[in-house]
Design a protein around this ligand. Structure first.
Ligand code: B16
Ligand code: MG
Length: 213
């Protein structure tokens, strides 16, 4: 087989939390009279919490905020976001994703999560996948977020595999760039499906299977 392991991004690949991120940031933005819509929300895909806040603050008219004020806003957003995540359940894991994962696992591939989110474990618990992956590399074990390769290199390390033996699956362009920077092949899906830096272009999650045939 071409690869020994797969490193999956979480949000936008295994499940979808964009709406919850949007609703939580929208409450913060509205309170501060900042214009925020779905298009701006789209730019937050795969981006860390603080970098997301900085993108939203591009629309802020007022005195520049201190780091302390920014941290307070990011943490308020996170509390709202976490309460929204409690609405997620195993129903948020699609049949297609579940069946594809089970098939790929039956081929003997190792699986890791490579997510920028500090809430990755909570999300996995909500969708009933907390014990499914062999390793979880997330926003809690990295210093640099995507497009830096750290989150994926750590995932490969946790699996005890060489980066070149791992395939990264990503929905964000920053994530595809992170894979390239780490010397890893990548499969782009969703927003990153047509990105020319991706090794493979997936229209559906189940298209992953064709890479292993
Ligand atoms: P948190 P991924 C990313 O997850 C999301 O796509 C991005 O929108 C979010 O800002 C980031 O996680 C940080 O999330 O605030 O929960 O730490 O796509 O890398 O799985
Ligand atoms: Mg993502």
């Amino acid at each position: 087989m071409k690869y020994r392991a797969i490193v999956f991004d979480l949000d936008g690949v295994i499940c979808h939390t964009d709406q919850y991120h949007y609703q939580a940031w929208k409450q913060i933005a509205d309170r501060m009279n900042i214009y925020f819509d779905e298009t701006i929300n789209h730019r937050l895909r795969g981006v860390s919490r603080m970098d997301s806040l900085n993108i939203i603050l591009e629309g802020y008219v007022g005195e520049p905020l201190s780091l302390e004020e920014k941290e307070k806003l990011a943490s308020e957003k996170n509390e709202i976001y976490k309460s929204l995540l409690l609405m997620m359940s195993p129903k948020d894991l699609s049949k297609e994703v579940k069946e594809t994962l089970n098939y790929l696992r039956s081929l003997g591939l190792k699986f890791a999560i490579g997510s920028s989110s500090k809430n990755a474990r909570l999300i996995l618990k909500q969708i009933g996948m907390e014990d499914y992956f062999d390793a979880i590399s997330d926003g809690n074990n990295i210093e640099h977020s995507k497009p830096h390769p750290e989150v994926f290199l750590k995932a490969a390390g946790f699996l005890k595999e060489k980066p070149s033996d791992c395939l990264v699956v990503e929905d964000a362009k920053a994530g595809i760039e992170a894979a390239c920077a780490g010397g890893m092949d990548s499969a782009g899906i969703g927003d990153a499906a047509d990105y020319n830096k991706a090794t493979y272009h997936l229209h559906n999650f189940k298209d992953l299977i064709s890479i292993f045939q």
